[in-house]
Each structure stands twice: as structure tokens, then as C-alpha cells.
Design a protein around this ligand. Structure first.
Ligand code: NAD
Ligand code: MG
Length: 487
């Protein structure tokens, strides 16, 4: 594999506008999942560094220029950051692929446009955020001010490292907050690079601080810090629950984007080719390490056998490859631990009576890497472990259903509610099922579409609060009611 062009210099923390080592001097090594080889050393933030970063963010919020800048000026800086991300697109896409193992085609053509798209989109909101005048009584002047919350702590996962930086920071900064971001331990590189580009774009010191480190150390320190006003977290439901409990002590506001086990429902009247493509990309895109992955495929019984046969054929053709090769469509899982866990689920599914019709094995590329084949388990019952738990890998559980009512019942019979897909040519059925599904996003005759303008987030145990869209601006601002007596 072509592992050149990697940063040789150790990557440092970004605190108060400067690249710094950890106070302890500690570093950790970030690894390329496709080669199992180290990429570079990264400064490892401890509680002391998080404290320094939070204090810098606090000072930037209380007495720095950022919240007081004219909105048009804040807008220009965020737009410029979007432009710098475009200009450094090849470098960022490559770093993302090296650190995460995802195909370069995905980093470059899907992730990158979302990243700069977010900064461009939310820069537009800076000049449009406003309160209202409210007609309470002619003897009063009553209005609301929409204000930033203060210091936001962002904690992000490893599956979409640079997209998560954009989702968490672009709206928060647009609204005038300052941010301390802790990227996932496994994938710190693009977050730090975007932090550097933000300084180049003119973001004042302390407005965006990046502190790579361990969840249990740097993450905990951020959640417990009394000067942090809000935590925005994307990650596992388990850690989300833990953060919710820990936030009680300092009464932090929270946005939680958690796991999913999203149903992708194929009716007999669907366009068969489109549904097949959507079923496959719904689970295999991003190696299935996608919170909204269509990991439960519900197929109407009358087409089930034929549909699954074709899907299995498609899965067998989707072979893992070098993530840096532009033709590769299936990359490496993030870690050996994740690979072992995913393969364990396949085994558990077969033990519970599911039929393995494609994949199911590790398949190294050039003798290395945590690659797993595109896997399809058929004949799954919705009560099985492989139907109820998030696997977070390229493993599809196929569940047959009788009719729309049965499909909706099975789709909703799960604690998660992040997303869902519906494939049908019947418009009435599409709308009825979209309404009946308990999920934060429903895709009809498509899957895995995202845009900075469309809100994203979970129902039920998939979390609360929203990223993206005008909707998420409520989550990064607070409203002040002002009553003025005119008598
Ligand atoms: P994770 O929950 O283990 O880690 C997420 C982040 O939390 C990381 O930065 C980690 O270091 C940090 N963390 C871990 N323990 C912590 C603690 N005690 N205190 C504070 N921070 C802590 O999840 P992961 O393995 O990195 O990511 C995979 C999970 O993320 C999957 O379950 C997936 O569904 C979910 N996810 C959800 C969305 C969404 O939008 N809903 C998006 C992407 C991923
Ligand atoms: Mg890595």
C-alpha cells in the first residue's frame, strides 16, 4: 500500500490558538486500520490539558472578540474556513482514509463535501439568527434575544471523524459559542488539521480548541468541567447514558446522537434494481460503521427469496480493497477489537438460526488489515441478537414480513430510532409508512442522504437534540425574554 505523505511530525493539541504538547508530555500512536501500521504520534490530552482548553474557551467567550464580532465578520471567517477545507481537500481526505480505513472515494466524494458544506451553510446563518418582538401589551416592549450558550464541549466518534467536527463546531461557532472538541482516540488527525485551518481562517485564539485523548480521561474531564455549559456527544448509547448521568452534577445541557439499528423496508412493488442498490449501500457504505446504517433489511415475503439471492450475489462481488485505491468500495474496520466484535455477531447469528448467505469472514488485503467481507444473514427473527443490537460493521440481518402493518410493527420493535428506509412505488403507502415509523430520519426510495440543511438525530434510545439544519441552531443557542415597561 502507498503509505507515503503521512504527517511525520507528531500531532499536537490546539489550545488557545497554539499547537502544544500535553502537560504530561504523553503521546499515543494513531494506527492505519488497513495496514495495522502506526501513522504518527499524537499528544495525549489529560485532565490538566482539558482544563487549560476549557479556560481558554471560557476567556474567549467572556472577554474575547468572537461573540462580539459583527455577524458579517463571523460569517466571513466561517466561510473562509469552508474554503480552506476545499483547498486542502485532497490532504484531508487522505488523512481521513489513513486514520479510519474508509475508501478514499468516500472520504473525498462524500465526507469532504459535507465538511466544507457545513461551514459554508452555517456561515450563512450567522447573519440570520435573531430574536422576535412579541406583542404582549401596548404598555410593554417585549422581545427575545437569541444568544449563544457559552462553552460547548464536543465529543465525537471515529466513524466520520471530520464530518463530526463540522457537525458539532460549524453551528456552535456560527451562534457565537466557543468550543473544546475531543475527537475519538482512534481518529484524531483530521480534527487537529481542521483546528489548524480554523486559525488560518482567522478564528480568534481559544474559540476552537482540539484535545485528542482517551474518552475515559479527556472525555470525562470535559463532561465534569464546571465551566463547560453544554456537551454535544455522538457515539455509543452506552457512553451516552454515562455522560447523561455525569452531566447531572454540573447540570449541563446535552445533545446526544447515539446508536441505531435502522430498518430498510423493501415492499414487493419497489423498483427492484434501485431497492437492491439501496439495500446494499445502506449497510455496506462506510463498512457498515455508520450510525444510520440500514442494518435490518425487512423484505416482503413474496419477493424475499429472489431479492436475497441477488443481494447475496452483489455482496460477494463487493470485496475489501486498499482504501487508498480510488476503485475500492469496502475498507477496513476501525480496529481489531471492532473486527472481533463484528465477527462474533456473525457467529451468534448463525448459532441463533440465521443463514449465512454471503461473507462472514475476515479478508486481509495484502496480508494485513481489519477487513471483513460484506456479510448477509438471512432468515433472521426480529428477536435475535443480530436483529436487536447494533453490530457496527458490514453485516446485514434480513427479516421477512407479510404486509405494511407487519413491516411497521417489526421496524418499530426495537429501542433505537435513528433512521429508516422505505422502498415502494405506491405513494400513499410511502407516506403512511414514513409517518408510522419511529425514527428521526426516513428515506423513501433512497438511503443515506445527508445535507447540512436537513436536521439529523434520534428518536427513542438513539438520543435527543438535533445536528444540522435550522433545527440544530436551537440546540446551540438560548433565548432571553426582555420585558420593558413603557408606562
Ligand atoms: P464511543 O461511545 O465509545 O466513543 C465516542 C466518543 O466518546 C469518543 O470520542 C470516546 O473517546 C468518547 N468517550 C468514551 N468514553 C467516554 C467517557 N466515559 N466520557 C466521555 N467521553 C467518552 O463510540 P465509538 O465506538 O467511538 O463510536 C461508535 C458508536 O457511535 C456507535 O454506537 C454508533 O452508532 C455511534 N454513532 C452515532 C452517530 C449518531 O449520529 N447518532 C454517529 C456516529 C456514530
Ligand atoms: Mg487511526
Amino acid at each position: 500500500m502507498t503509505d507515503t505523505l503521512v504527517p511525520v511530525k507528531p500531532v499536537r493539541l490546539i489550545i488557545n490558538g497554539e499547537a502544544v504538547d500535553a502537560a504530561s508530555g504523553k503521546t499515543f500512536t494513531t494506527v492505519n486500520p488497513a495496514t495495522e501500521a502506526p501513522i504518527c504520534a499524537v499528544a495525549e490530552a489529560g485532565a490538566e490539558d482539558v482544563d487549560r482548553a476549557v479556560k481558554a474557551a471560557r476567556a474567549a467567550f467572556e472577554s474575547g472578540p468572537w461573540p462580539k464580532l459583527r455577524p458579517a465578520e463571523r460569517q466571513r471567517i466561517l466561510w473562509r474556513l469552508g474554503d480552506l477545507i476545499v483547498a486542502h481537500g485532497d490532504e484531508l481526505a487522505r488523512l481521513e482514509t489513513l486514520d479510519n480505513g474508509k475508501p478514499i472515494a468516500e472520504s473525498k466524494n462524500a465526507d469532504l463535501p459535507m465538511v466544507y458544506g457545513c461551514f459554508h451553510y452555517f456561515s450563512g446563518w450567522v447573519t440570520k439568527l435573531s430574536g422576535e418582538t412579541v406583542p404582549v401589551n401596548p404598555s410593554l416592549f417585549t422581545y427575545t434575544l437569541r444568544e449563544p450558550i457559552g462553552v460547548l464541549g464536543a465529543i465525537t466518534p471515529w466513524n466520520f471523524p471530520m464530518i463530526m467536527v463540522a457537525w458539532k463546531t460549524a453551528p456552535a461557532l456560527a451562534a457565537g459559542n466557543t468550543v473544546v472538541l475531543k475527537p475519538a482516540f482512534e481518529t484524531p488527525l483530521t480534527a487537529v488539521r481542521i483546528g489548524e485551518l480554523a486559525l488560518e481562517a482567522g478564528l480568534p485564539p481559544g474559540v476552537l480548541n482540539i484535545v485528542p485523548g482517551r474518552g475515559t480521561v479527556a472525555g470525562e474531564a470535559l463532561v465534569q468541567h464546571p465551566m463547560v455549559d453544554k456537551i454535544s456527544f455522538t457515539g455509543s448509547t452506552e457512553v451516552g447514558r454515562h455522560i447523561l448521568r455525569k452531566s447531572a452534577d454540573t447540570l449541563k445541557k446535552l445533545t446526544l446522537e447515539l446508536g441505531g439499528k435502522s430498518p430498510n423496508i423493501v415492499f414487493a412493488d419497489a423498483d427492484p434494481e434501485a431497492a437492491l442498490r439501496g439495500a446494499a449501500s445502506g449497510i455496506f457504505y462506510g463498512k457498515g460503521e455508520v450510525c444510520a446504517a440500514g442494518s435490518r433489511l425487512l423484505v416482503e415475503k413474496s419477493i424475499h427469496a429472489e431479492f436475497v439471492a441477488k443481494l447475496a450475489e452483489r455482496a460477494r462481488k463487493l470485496v475489501p480493497g486498499d482504501p487508498l485505491d480510488p476503485k475500492t468500495r469496502l475498507g477496513a474496520l476501525i480496529s481489531e477489537k471492532q473486527m472481533t466484535s463484528v465477527l462474533g455477531y456473525v457467529e451468534a447469528g448463525v448459532k441463533e438460526g440465521a443463514r449465512l448467505v454471503a461473507g462472514g469472514q475476515r479478508q486481509p488485503v495484502n496480508g494485513k488489515g481489519w477487513f471483513v467481507q460484506a456479510t448477509v444473514l438471512d432468515g433472521v427473527d426480529n428477536r435475535m441478537k443480530v436483529a436487536q443490537e447494533e453490530i457496527f460493521g458490514p453485516v446485514l440481518a434480513v427479516i421477512p414480513f407479510d404486509d405494511a402493518e407487519d413491516a411497521v410493527r417489526k421496524a418499530n420493535d426495537i429501542p433505537f430510532g435513528l433512521a429508516a428506509g422505505v422502498w415502494t412505488r405506491d405513494v400513499k403507502k410511502a407516506h403512511a409508512v414514513a409517518r408510522a415509523l419511529k425514527a428521526g430520519t426516513v428515506w423513501v426510495n433512497t438511503y443515506n442522504l445527508y445535507d447540512p440543511a436537513m436536521p439529523f438525530g434520534g428518536y427513542k434510545s438513539s438520543g435527543f437534540g438535533r445536528d444540522l439544519g435550522a433545527e440544530c441552531l436551537r440546540d446551540v443557542t438560548q433565548v432571553k425574554s426582555v420585558w420593558m415597561n413603557l408606562e
